[in-house]
Design a protein around this ligand. Structure first.
Ligand code: FES
Length: 148
């Protein structure tokens, strides 16, 4: 099976520390990229309920209990709440807590790749008639790569 996904560099790891997000426009779509405890996740920035900019919502967790008098706060920063009507989505899967079977927001794959591997991948440019003075350039950071 062919992998027709396009890769987009959406930023450096340095600029998106844990708990932060970045909303980017790639391939004609608005997508939110989130750093959750050092792991990166991406969701479409459009709520399936009413079209709100979902990725601008509050990040939270949820309260769980094994029984009466036992409560704990779990999955801090992994639940995204829509800014319009407060529906909640799992940031790792896009699944809704309100209606997990039928309602979800599109989740995208993200990776962290070293700048040098991206430079090696290169792009296919054809050689032209003009020659310019060139200097060597290295990419020494880690980049967040989004596949859509
Ligand atoms: S638009 Fe998101 S919950 Fe209604």
């Amino acid at each position: 099976m062919l992998n027709n996904k396009q890769k987009y560099i959406v930023g450096t790891v340095d600029e998106l520390p844990p708990g932060e997000r970045k909303i980017v426009n790639v391939g004609g779509r608005s997508i939110g990229v989130f750093n959750v405890d050092g792991e990166f996740f991406a969701l479409r920035n459009r709520c399936p309920h009413g079209g709100a900019p979902l990725c601008e919502g509050v990040l939270s967790g949820f309260v769980q209990s094994k029984g009466r008098g036992d409560y704990s706060y779990a999955r801090k920063g992994e639940i995204l709440r829509c800014p319009w009507h407060q529906w909640e989505f799992d940031i790792k899967t896009g699944q809704s807590w309100f209606d997990p079977v039928k309602t979800r927001v599109r989740a995208y794959e993200t990776k962290v790749e070293a700048g040098c591997t991206l430079a090696d991948a290169g792009c296919e440019m054809k050689e032209g008639p003009y020659v310019a003075e060139t200097f060597s350039v290295s990419l020494d950071k880690d980049y967040i790569v989004l596949e859509i």
